[in-house]
Design a protein. Structure first.
Length: 113
């Protein structure tokens, strides 16, 4: 989009007719290989109306890879979940099963609380 004015907020006007504003390319975090990941699998009950969720934290990488790992876990367990801000949330208390699946996939994982 050439006329994306929201990305140019705060830029001073240029009188040069040949001026082309260039935005910085967004670089995502590079995903570490599974054997270098250190994942903590815990349970969370806060702000969820008493429902329990399994929380996988410590994932280092871009959002697409986190969503792919979340999709694999949800498929294997047959439950719902989501991946946001480097944390993977799985509905229900599946700590032991999630740790076993992650270790099977080559991730270093341990059970938290």
């Amino acid at each position: 989009m050439e006329n994306d004015w929201k990305s140019r907020l705060g830029v001073v006007y240029s009188t040069n007719p040949d001026f082309q504003y260039q935005t910085a390319a967004e670089t995502g975090a590079e995903t570490l290989p599974p054997e270098r990941q250190r994942l903590i699998v815990g349970i969370d009950r806060r702000n969820r109306g008493g429902k329990q969720v399994t929380l996988v934290s410590g994932f280092v990488g871009n959002q697409d890879d986190a969503k792919e790992l979340c999709r694999k876990l949800k498929t294997r367990l047959g439950v719902g979940g989501s991946a946001k801000d480097g944390d993977i949330t799985i509905q229900g208390d599946f700590r032991d099963k999630v740790v076993a699946i992650l270790q099977e996939l080559g991730y270093k994982s341990k059970r938290g609380n």
